[in-house]
Design a protein around this ligand. Structure first.
Ligand SMILES: [Zn+2]
Length: 1135
C-alpha cells in the first residue's frame, strides 16, 4: 500500500460522516478522492489486521469482562444478597477488573487503534459500503461505551449506516441521541428529515411531522429541497387520511415555479390516486376523470415511472376498461418495475376474464416477489376454491393470515386503529373460510381430493414451475434492487412455505423487503364468505385492492420496489448535483471553525476535555466561582446541551429490569392496602409513610373515614352544576380486563383502540344512564352486571390474579364499542366550588394544594396535574398503560357506584415495559397500549392487580406504570402530587431528560420548578438537596454561557421580568422548556418563544431575534448561593 502525501493525508483526515450525501464518490469528477479514500481504507485495514491484532483481542476480552461484571451491578447484587459466597465473588471480580484495567493502561497505542475504527467507519460510509461501515462503528462503540456520546460525527455515522441498512429502531435511537446532545450539529437538518421519514414509516405520525417541520427550519446546506420536504409532509397527511390537507399540500407544490419534473410526476401521481380512491373528493365519474388525467400527467412528466403506469392500469380496471388496463400493466412491467402489486392486479384481471391459468401464474409471480402479499395469497385461495381445489385454497388462505414481517404487522395495526367501527372483524371472513375448509378437508378422504381432475396445477407445483423467462428476469432484477438486510432486524429467513413440510424455502426468492403493507386488509374479505358469488367477490376484491393500494402507496414511487427512503436518496442526489461545490466549501469551513480536525477530536473523545469540565463544575462552588469558570468556556460554538441530571451525563435511556429472578408468586404480588376506620387513621403520619414505601397502594374506606360527600361528584350533581361543560371521549372496544384482542387478526396484542372526540357532561350523562338501562334489560335474568361482579375478590386482591392466569377462556370476539368520558377539567373554582372545597378534607399529603407538594410550587396551573380531573365511565372504560407526567405521584378516588380494576408495575421495571412496547411496535410515550399479562411475566416483570371500590383512594407512587379498567358504571377523580423526596425529584428529572431525547414535551417545567423550590423550601435531606443544587448549577451555568455567547454575537439582552403566575416557557419549535433567556421571533404575527438552538436554526447570526431575560442575574445568584442544606436539630427529621 502506498503512502499518502501530506496534502492527501490532510484531505482524507478531514472526511467524516458529515460529508455523507454531499460528497458523492461514485461521480467521475471525484474519482481522485475516491481512490485516496480507498487507499486509506486499505491502509487502515492493514494496520488493524496485522499490527494490532493481538492488542485488539486483549482489549476486547477486557471490555467483555467489564461489561459482564459491571462494578455497579456487582454492588447492587451484593447489597441484595448478603451471603458470604457473593461477597467473595465480588472481591475476585474486583481483582480481575483491576488487573484488566492495568493491562489496558499499559497500551496507549490502543487509542490510535480505536480511533482508526471510527475513521474506517466514516470512510466506508462515504464509499457507500454500509455493512462495512456499521461493522467498524460497532467495534469502535465497544471500546467507547463509556464516552461515545462525546463523538457526534460517530453517532451521526452509525445512525446513517443503520438507516441505510433499514435498522430503523437503531437509527432512530442514534439520531434521537444526537439531537439531544447537539441540536446544532452540522447535519441536524438531515437527521430531522431522516427521523421524520422513519417515524412516518413506523406510523408515528405526530412526531414525524414535528421532525419534518424542524428540518425545514435550518439554514444549513441540505441534500434535499424545501419542496421535497413539503411533498413528504403532504404525503404524511395523506397516509393519515387527512385528505383535504394532503390535497392542499400537493396543489401548493404544483403552483411552485421551480418544482422539478420528477417531483411534479410524484405529485401528479399522488393526486391522481387520491382522486381514484377518496370518495369525499367529489362525484365518482368526475373523480375517475381527474384520476386518469393526473396519472397521465405524471407519466408525461416522468415517462419512466412504472408505478404511475401501474396505477393508471388500476384506474382503467376500476372503470372496466380491461384492455387499457392490461396495456398499462404491461407497460409498467416493461419499465422493469413489475412488483408484487402489479402482478396481483394482473392476476385479478385474468381471473375476471375467466383465464384461471394465467391468473395463477400472475399471482404466483406476486407471492414470489413478496411472500407476505396477503391480497395475492387471498386471491389465489379464491381462485383455487373456485376450481374446487380445496387443499390448495386452504394452504393459500393460511399464508394470507400469517403474520410475517414485523413492519407490515405494524402498519396493519395502524390501519386497524383507523378502521371504522363497522369494518372491525371483517377479516373474520378469512378465518371463517379457513375453518370451513378445515371441516371439508377433514371429512373428505384426502385421495379423493387429489385424484380429482384438476383445472390448475397445485400450489406446490405452481411455485416450483419455471416461470416464463421474462417473469424470471424481472424477479432477479427486483432481487438486485432490494436492499441488504441486517440479520438483527429480520429474524425470519426465507419464505413461508405454502405447506408446512415443503422445501420451498430453498427456492431462490428475493429477500423480504420491509415495506408498507397490509393496510385495509380486513376489507379484502368483505364478500368472500359466500362462495356462490365468486365473480362478485373478485370485483369486490379489486375494489378493495384499490383501497389497499391507496393505503400502501410507497411514499414516492419512482422506484416502486423501494420505499420512500430510497426515493429520498434519489431526490437528494438530484439536488446534490446542483450546488455540491458550495456545500463542500461550507462543510470544510465548518470543520475547521468547529475545531473538529482529527487532533482536537482525539482529545475530546478520550474524555480529556470533558473530564476537565467535570472537575471544574461542582455544587460546592458559589455563584462567583461558577461565573469565573463559565468565562473560561469557549463561545465560538453555541452552548446547547443542558442536562440537569449531572455534569457530562450520558444520554438517558430506559433502565434494565432488576436481574433477580422472580417466582410465580412474586410475579403476582399482593397489593399493599390499608383500611381506614376513622379520621385519625387518615391523618396519621404512618399512612403517608405506608404510601411512600410502596409502588402503589390502596387506601380503603377513605371517604367513609373522612365523611367525604362523594355525591358531589355523582353524575346527577355534575349535570345540575355544569351541564355544558366539555368532556373528552375515548371510543373503545369492550373487552374483559385482562385481555386485549386485535379483532381483525384474532390475536392478543398490546395496541389498544382509543379514538378521541368531544361531548358535554349532559350528553355523556345521558349515554352513561342509557347504557346502564340497556344492560338491565339485557341482563335481567343474570342480575346486576356491574360492581358486584367482582366484589368478592376484594379481600384477597392478588387471588383474582392467579385465577385469571389459570382460567384460559376461549377467545370471543366482542366488538361492542363503548365511550369513556375522560379528562373533565374541574380546575375552575367558580364552577366547581363545592366539589373542590370538599377535597380540603383530605390529609395534606393527598391534597391538591399543599406546601409539601412540589406541584404547588410550580406557581401556575398544569391542567390535570395540580388541578382536579374527573372521569366518567361505563363498564370496560380503559385508561391505557402509562406513567404519570414526569413520573409524579397520583391520587385517584373512585366515586362509584361501580368498581374499577387496576394493574400496576413497579417503576424499576418501566424499561422492561418500554421494551415490550417497542417489540409490539407501539410507542411507549405516544401510543395506547394494554399489556398482555403473560408477556410481562415472561420478562420477569411483576404486576399488581386489585379492585378499587367506591370511596377507596389509590396512591400511585412515582414512576409506577399502571392501567385501569372500570368494572361497573362509575366516576373517578384524580390529580398529581409531588412529595418532597429525593426519589420523587430524581425520577421527575430523569424523565424530564428522557422526554427530551424522545422529543416529547415535559408538561412539568422542572427547571422553573427547581428554582422555585430553592426559593420556597428548606431541604434537610442530603440527597434531595444535592439533586436540586445540581439542577441549579447546571441551569445557571447554561444561562451564563448562553449570555456570553449571545453577547459575543453582538446581540443585546433586554430585561423583561416575569408576570405574577406567568406560565413557564416552552420553545415554540422543539417544545423544550426555555428558562430565563428567551429568544423571541415574530412568526405569523405572533411572538413565539424559542430556545437558543431553534433561534440559531432560524437565524445563525441571531439577527431579527429579540433576546429577553426573565430574572436579573443577581437574583439567580442570590437564590443559588442561599440554597443550602438545612440542618435540623437532631437527626430524626429528614423532611
Ligand atoms: Zn427549540
Amino acid at each position: 500500500m502506498g503512502q499518502l502525501s501530506f496534502e492527501e493525508d490532510c484531505l482524507v483526515r478531514e472526511l467524516d460522516s458529515r460529508y455523507y450525501g454531499f460528497l458523492d464518490l461514485s461521480k467521475s469528477k471525484n474519482s481522485e478522492i475516491k481512490s485516496l479514500v480507498q487507499q486509506t481504507v486499505a491502509n487502515f485495514q492493514n494496520y488493524i489486521a496485522n499490527g494490532q491484532a493481538h492488542e485488539m483481542k486483549n482489549a476486547l476480552d477486557n471490555k467483555n469482562v467489564i461489561q459482564k461484571y459491571d462494578p455497579s451491578n456487582v454492588v447492587v447484587e451484593h447489597m441484595e444478597n448478603t451471603s458470604s459466597q457473593n461477597d467473595e465473588d465480588t472481591k475476585i471480580l474486583d481483582k480481575e477488573t483491576n488487573e484488566k484495567n492495568f493491562i489496558c493502561d499499559e497500551k496507549p497505542q490502543d487509542e490510535q487503534y480505536v480511533n482508526a475504527l471510527c475513521k474506517l467507519g466514516h470512510l466506508h460510509l462515504l464509499l457507500g459500503e454500509y455493512s462495512e461501515a456499521l461493522s467498524a462503528y460497532q467495534k469502535y462503540l465497544r471500546f467507547r461505551e463509556n464516552n461515545y456520546w462525546t463523538n457526534h460525527a460517530f453517532i451521526y455515522g452509525i445512525g446513517v449506516a443503520y438507516f441505510k441498512l433499514r435498522c430503523f429502531k437503531w437509527a432512530i435511537k442514534s439520531f434521537q441521541e444526537l439531537l439531544y446532545l447537539s441540536p446544532n450539529f452540522t447535519c441536524a437538518n438531515e437527521v430531522h428529515l431522516r427521523l421524520g421519514l422513519m417515524l412516518k414509516h413506523c406510523g408515528e405520525f405526530h412526531i414525524a411531522l414535528k421532525h419534518l417541520q424542524l428540518s425545514l427550519l435550518y439554514t444549513y446546506p441540505s441534500t434535499f429541497s424545501e419542496l421535497q420536504v413539503k411533498f413528504q409532509i403532504a404525503h404524511l397527511y395523506e397516509v393519515q387520511n387527512k385528505h383535504k390537507a394532503a390535497k392542499d399540500g400537493y396543489e401548493f407544490l404544483l403552483n411552485e415555479k421551480n418544482i422539478s419534473l420528477e417531483l411534479k410526476a410524484d405529485v401528479y401521481r399522488q393526486l391522481g390516486w387520491m382522486y381514484h380512491c377518496v370518495e369525499c373528493l367529489g362525484e365518482k365519474k368526475e373523480r375517475e376523470a381527474n384520476a386518469l388525467n393526473f396519472l397521465q400527467k405524471s407519466i408525461e412528466a416522468e415517462p419512466k415511472s412504472g408505478q404511475s403506469l401501474y396505477l393508471l392500469g388500476r384506474c382503467y380496471a376500476g372503470i372496466n376498461k380491461v384492455h387499457d388496463a392490461f396495456l398499462a400493466y404491461r407497460n409498467s412491467v416493461e419499465k422493469s418495475e413489475g412488483n408484487a402489486d402489479t402482478w396481483c392486479s394482473i392476476g385479478v384481471l385474468y381471473q375476471q376474464q375467466n383465464q384461471p391459468t394465467d391468473a395463477l401464474q400472475a399471482y404466483i409471480c406476486a407471492v414470489q416477489l413478496d411472500k407476505d402479499h396477503k391480497a395475492a395469497w387471498t386471491n389465489l385461495g379464491i381462485l383455487y376454491e373456485s376450481c374446487g381445489q380445496l387443499r390448495d385454497a386452504y394452504a393459500c388462505y393460511l399464508n394470507a393470515t400469517k403474520q410475517i414481517s414485523f413492519q407490515s404487522s405494524l402498519l396493519r395495526r395502524k390501519q386497524a386503529i383507523r378502521m371504522k367501527k363497522d369494518t372491525i372483524g371483517l377479516s373474520k371472513g378469512l378465518s371463517q373460510r379457513i375453518t370451513f375448509l378445515e371441516g371439508q378437508l377433514s371429512q373428505a378422504p384426502l385421495p379423493s381430493i387429489t385424484s380429482k381432475r384438476r383445472t390448475l396445477c397445485s400450489i406446490e407445483e405452481a411455485w416450483n414451475l419455471p416461470i416464463s423467462l421474462e417473469m424470471n428476469s424481472r424477479q432477479q432484477q427486483t432481487a438486485q434492487m432490494l436492499p441488504r438486510q441486517n440479520t438483527k432486524q429480520s429474524p425470519i429467513q426465507g419464505p413461508p412455505p405454502p405447506y408446512p413440510h415443503s422445501q420451498l424455502s430453498q427456492s431462490p426468492i428475493p429477500a423480504k423487503r420491509i415495506k408498507e403493507d397490509g393496510s385495509g386488509q380486513p376489507d379484502l374479505m368483505q364478500n368472500n364468505i359466500q362462495t356462490s358469488s365468486q365473480h362478485q367477490n373478485l370485483i369486490n376484491i379489486s375494489e378493495t385492492l384499490s383501497q389497499r393500494n391507496f393505503n400502501t402507496m410507497p411514499e414516492s414511487n419512482k422506484i416502486s420496489e423501494q420505499s420512500v427512503l430510497d426515493t429520498f436518496d434519489d431526490i437528494s442526489n438530484d439536488i446534490y448535483k446542483h450546488n455540491e461545490t458550495i456545500k463542500l466549501e461550507r462543510l470544510s469551513q465548518d470543520a475547521l471553525s468547529n475545531n473538529l480536525n482529527e487532533d482536537s477530536r482525539h482529545n475530546k473523545y478520550n474524555g480529556g476535555s470533558t473530564s476537565d469540565l467535570s472537575t471544574t463544575f461542582k455544587i460546592q462552588m458559589d455563584s462567583k466561582q461558577l461565573m469565573a469558570a463559565v468565562k473560561l468556556l469557549p463561545i465560538d460554538e453555541p452552548p446547547v446541551h443542558c442536562t440537569i441530571l449531572q455534569v457530562n451525563a450520558p444520554p438517558p435511556s430506559p433502565p434494565d429490569c432488576p436481574p433477580q429472578k422472580l417466582t410465580r408468586d412474586q410475579l403476582l404480588p399482593p397489593t399493599p392496602s390499608v383500611h381506614l376506620e376513622n379520621k385519625k387513621n387518615a391523618f396519621s403520619p404512618q399512612l403517608q409513610e405506608f404510601c411512600l414505601k410502596h409502588p402503589i397502594a390502596v387506601v380503603r374506606g377513605l371517604a367513609g373515614a373522612l365523611k367525604l360527600d362523594l355525591g358531589l361528584f355523582s353524575t346527577k350533581t355534575l349535570v345540575e352544576a355544569n351541564p355544558d361543560h366539555s368532556v373528552e371521549v375515548r371510543t373503545q372496544v369492550h373487552q374483559s380486563p385482562d385481555e386485549n384482542w386485535d379483532t381483525s387478526q384474532g390475536k392478543r396484542v398490546w395496541a389498544c383502540i382509543s379514538h378521541r372526540s368531544h361531548t358535554t357532561i349532559a350528553k355523556y350523562a345521558q349515554y352513561q344512564a342509557s347504557s346502564f338501562q340497556d344492560s338491565l334489560k339485557d341482563e335481567s335474568d343474570k342480575g346486576f352486571p356491574g360492581s358486584q361482579a367482582m366484589s368478592d375478590s376484594d379481600s384477597k386482591d392478588s387471588v383474582s390474579n392467579s385465577n385469571i392466569v389459570l382460567k384460559r377462556k376461549k377467545h370471543k370476539i366482542n366488538s361492542k364499542m363503548l365511550r369513556f368520558g375522560t379528562n373533565v377539567d374541574l380546575s375552575d373554582e367558580r364552577k366547581w366550588k363545592p366539589q373542590l372545597t370538599e377535597l380540603q378534607k383530605l390529609p395534606a399529603f393527598a391534597r391538591v394544594i399543599s406546601a409539601a407538594n412540589m406541584l404547588s410550587h410550580v406557581g401556575h396551573v398544569i391542567l390535570g396535574m395540580n388541578t382536579v380531573q374527573l372521569y366518567m365511565k361505563v363498564p370496560g372504560s380503559r385508561t391505557p398503560g402509562h406513567q404519570e407526567n414526569n413520573n409524579f405521584c397520583s391520587i385517584n378516588i373512585n366515586i362509584g357506584p361501580g368498581d374499577c380494576e387496576w394493574f400496576a408495575v413497579p417503576d424499576a421495571y418501566w424499561g422492561g415495559v418500554h421494551n415490550l412496547c417497542e417489540k409490539n411496535n407501539i410507542s411507549y410515550l405516544h401510543g395506547s397500549w394494554w399489556p398482555v399479562l403473560e408477556d410481562l411475566y415472561k420478562e420477569n416483570i411483576p404486576v399488581y392487580r386489585f379492585i378499587q371500590k367506591p370511596g377507596d383512594l389509590v396512591w400511585v407512587n412515582a414512576g409506577c406504570v399502571h392501567w385501569v379498567q372500570s368494572v361497573g358504571w362509575c366516576n373517578n377523580i384524580a390529580w398529581n402530587v409531588g412529595p418532597l423526596t429525593a426519589r420523587q425529584y430524581s425520577l421527575a428529572i430523569e424523565r424530564y431528560e428522557w422526554n427530551k431525547v424522545q422529543a416529547f414535551k415535559s408538561i412539568v417545567p422542572m427547571v422553573h420548578l427547581s428554582w422555585n423550590l430553592a426559593r420556597n423550601i428548606k431541604v434537610s435531606d442530603t440527597k434531595l438537596f444535592e439533586l436540586i443544587k445540581m439542577c441549579l448549577l447546571q441551569t445557571l451555568k447554561n444561562v451564563l454561557h448562553i449570555q456570553e455567547y449571545v453577547k459575543s454575537k453582538g446581540v443585546e439582552i433586554r430585561f423583561n421580568g416575569r408576570g405574577k403566575n406567568e406560565a413557564s416557557h416552552y420553545c415554540g419549535q422543539c417544545e423544550v422548556e426555555v428558562f430565563n433567556v428567551l429568544f423571541i421571533k415574530e412568526q405569523e404575527k405572533r411572538h413565539v418563544v424559542h430556545c437558543l438552538s431553534c433561534a440559531l436554526k432560524l437565524s445563525p447570526s441571531l439577527q431579527g431575534i429579540v433576546c429577553l431575560e426573565e430574572y436579573r442575574l443577581s437574583e439567580l445568584q442570590r437564590v443559588y448561593d442561599s440554597f443550602t442544606l438545612h440542618r435540623t436539630q437532631g437527626l430524626a427529621y429528614t423532611q
